[in-house]
Design a protein around this ligand. Structure first.
Ligand code: ASP
Ligand code: MG
Length: 399
């Protein structure tokens, strides 16, 4: 008899009808003979609603109190779900993080799970109960309630799967992981499986299907994670270890794009590593996240340095830069897309970047900046070239 950890996202438990439906689904899983632990998110937009309540009190709510407030969303959904299961004649019990000893460390609003005392879960399963856990919350060293960051219930689910050595299934409102965002590209294909590392790269590029920390945990403890629709015959995607090459031997698994950044160019900067270090240090200590740094070859002892920053930080970034460099020498380009190809197969295939640049060149797509990791190549291109770039890469790499 396997232990199955299922996580239901906010949209799956958005109304009391939906909660009753989820209760049915859980019971039918139970009927197949598995022991079931369920992690739930807050109902629908409950977390946003709670944040708005706090903001109506003050612009800058106290972080400890905010976490206490936000944790109530999952307490509501977990107890309602346990009630719904009991009303259908099956035994169930809901637990908060405090009751389960979900220990966290780190800051309010983005704490990490340190440990879970799995005894209570196992005892309740042995008593033939369906166990319902409030996701997204933990208790820190001071005994305060903390939350794991938006979308953190995924991480609660994977952490429990690690502790009870169970199978992990994440049910959400998407039917799986696609090789290209299906809202952008109608020929996008769903992947049967994807490697943890690829999924992490996609998540860092803005494909917000899952809480990244949950994927890191899955990778660390080798727990395969199924992602898909609940109550559906449509098959989802398994995140697991895919040993260097995807099944079809393609070097590229997927494409990701992001329009959330701008590129900044500092013109005719004196060649002096100290200035550059100072600039990046100041931007960093103001929590402005720099990416895609590139620099031209020195000419007359001057260089141009470009990098990208999130759009939201544009004004703050400009005012910091003005402490170092004249307004005329700063140019900001809002018309960029960060375009990435990702694939675990790149580790063992050479020439992938060359193929990408050749196709772009032949099709007049100008690449301004480039960064790479072992399994990703990211370029900044003009926004207007985005769709063309997706189609070209889908064709070139047979996606
Ligand atoms: N309810 C929380 C959120 O909306 C946590 C979660 O959904 O996983 O971010
Ligand atoms: Mg949610």
């Amino acid at each position: 008899m396997a232990i199955v950890i299922q996580k239901y996202g906010g949209s799956s438990v958005g109304t009391t009808e939906k909660i009753r439906k989820v209760a049915q689904t859980i019971i039918s899983r139970r009927e197949k003979g598995d022991k079931v632990v369920v992690v739930v998110s807050a109902m629908g937009d409950a977390t946003d609603d709670l944040i708005n309540l706090a903001k109506a009190i003050t612009d800058n709510p106290d972080k400890r109190e905010l976490d206490a407030l936000l944790s109530t969303g999952e307490m509501v959904s977990s107890s309602l779900l346990a009630m719904a299961i009991k009303a259908l004649g099956y035994d169930a019990v809901s637990y908060t993080a405090y009751q389960l000893g979900i220990k966290t460390t780190g800051n309010y609003g983005k704490s990490l799970i340190d440990d879970i005392n799995e005894t209570k879960i196992k005892d309740s399963l042995d008593e033939d109960k369906i166990v319902i856990v409030a996701g997204f919350q933990g208790i820190n060293e001071d005994g305060d309630i903390t939350t794991l960051g938006r979308g953190g219930s995924d991480t609660t689910a994977v952490a429990i799967a690690v502790k009870v050595k169970g199978i992990c299934e994440i049910y959400t409102d998407v039917d799986g992981i696609y090789n290209v965002d299906p809202r952008l590209y109608k020929n996008a294909k769903k992947l049967d499986s994807i490697d943890y590392e690829e999924m992490l790269e996609l998540a860092s590029l803005g494909a917000q299907v899952m809480h990244s920390r949950s994927i890191e945990l899955g990778q660390k403890y080798r727990i395969p994670i199924y992602v898909g629709l609940s109550n559906s015959d449509i098959k989802g995607t398994i995140i697991k270890e895919v040993n260097n090459m995807n099944m079809e031997g393609k070097p590229v698994t997927g494409v990701a794009t992001s329009d959330d950044d701008i590129s900044v160019t500092l013109k005719e900067l004196a060649v002096d590593i100290n200035i550059l270090a100072d600039i990046f240090d100041t931007l960093g200590s103001n929590k402005i996240n720099i990416d895609m740094i590139s620099q031209t070859a020195p000419f007359n002892n001057k260089v141009n340095v470009s990098f990208t920053v999130p759009k939201d930080d544009l004004n703050e970034c400009r005012s910091i830069l003005l402490n170092f460099i004249e307004e005329n020498n700063i140019s900001m380009d809002t018309d960029i897309t960060k375009f990435s190809i990702v694939g675990i197969g790149m580790k063992s295939t050479s020439g992938v970047a060359a193929r990408m640049f050749k196709v772009f060149k032949e099709n007049n797509i100008t690449v301004k900046m480039i960064t790479t990791s072992e399994i990703r190549i990211t370029c900044s291109i003009k926004k207007e070239d985005k769709m063309k770039a997706i189609e070209l890469m889908a064709e070139e790499f047979n996606l």
